[in-house]
Write a protein that binds this ligand. Sequence first.
Ligand code: E4P
Length: 221
Amino acid sequence: MRIFVDTANFDEIKKAYDMGILSGVTTNPSLIAKETGVRYEDRIREIAEYCKGVESISAEVFGETAEEMVKEGLAFHEIAPNVTVKLPMTTDGLRACRILTDKGIMTNVTLVFTASQALLAGRAGATYVSPFIGRLEDVSKGSGVELIGKIAAIFREHDIKTNILAASIRSVDHVEDAALAGAHVGTMPYKVIESLTKHPKTAEGLASFAADTQKYKSNLK
Ligand code: E4P
């Protein structure tokens, strides 16, 4: 499973990219709203310039009609070829997805909570489909990961090439469960990426190696 960071905060994006593990970035209207005074297209441009070589940077449309979404999507795509147009799971969103896909532009259908919605996104030619694990598990434990498994089975059975992008990830367990269930990509906040590096035994080992390093150095004196 490839790792995307789910934030519009440039410092967090830089830290995740510099770690050498990042394959992409996802943003949404709520995340850009936290970045006071920053224009969405300017932030997407900054991300594209800094994160050389990542496969995808999702920028979400604000419009509600397919025509508005296509117009915004074309403008986002002008920024860089790996800017992926994030579209809502609505009939207009699917229509915009088909139009943009046919123009060779990458798309990400978001706010997906059922396997049927994912099937529709696949049929509209989406590059990515984003099932929201955390928000589903808020209402029923286990359901988010189960959904990833269902979508993976359907896509395998019907040879649908759309990437499953597990979204709304909140914990290390979500990351591991989504990867095992067949998600191609997981997008997660920077703090979750950081927590993937941690384990109590790693911390314990680091402390004892640091103490022994001091012992080793004083033995040489
Ligand atoms: C990513 O594409 C989604 O917008 C995001 O993962 C939603 O996460 P949240 O449920 O934590 O807001």
